[in-house]
Design a protein. Structure first.
Length: 161
């Protein structure tokens, strides 16, 4: 799969491919190793590109989720009711994590697993009712930590610092 993935992006300039990969769900966590190993970008450059790419969907979701929620709730009839029911169910499930809020969100985001990426963390912030100004900095720090871990696993600690 990695080879097919790299092949698809081979027609893109490495910088653009790196940003796009890091903004895509499910593959955002492999973008850094691809940038360093396949594209041979310097670690510092790859990190900056990856973090920028990761923050694009995070920012978009945080800015749009509440507006989408209000629109669907008011204008979508059956779908709106189903949406509200699903959201209420998710909020009930996440209620026990409410006390951890921002630190929990940061820790969740900082663990570099495929499902712990920006999309999921942004949706969790929305479900918990965390406003953009409060959640964005924590998601940013979590993104930096996760990518530092991935960089260390990719090239080793001695090549990072």
């Amino acid at each position: 799969m990695t080879q097919a993935f790299i092949h698809f992006f081979s027609s893109f300039p490495p910088v653009l491919a790196t940003i796009i990969m890091s903004a895509l769900p499910l593959v955002e966590r492999v973008a850094l190793p691809v940038a360093i190993v396949a594209y041979r970008l310097p670690v510092w450059e790859a990190m900056i590109l990856i973090i920028a790419g990761n923050m694009i969907p995070i920012t978009a979701i945080l800015l749009v989720a509440d507006k989408f929620h209000k629109w669907v709730s008011q204008n979508s009839g059956f779908f709106g009711k189903a949406w509200l029911k699903a959201l209420a169910h998710a909020q009930k499930k996440f209620a026990r994590y409410q006390k951890y809020e921002l630190i929990g969100l940061l820790i969740f985001m900082a663990i570099p697993l495929p499902v712990n990426g920006g999309y999921t963390a942004s949706l969790i912030a929305f479900i918990l009712g965390l406003p953009f100004k409060k959640s964005w900095p924590y998601l940013f720090v979590g993104t930096v930590i996760a990518n530092l871990v991935i960089a260390v696993l990719t090239v080793g600690l001695d090549k990072i610092f």
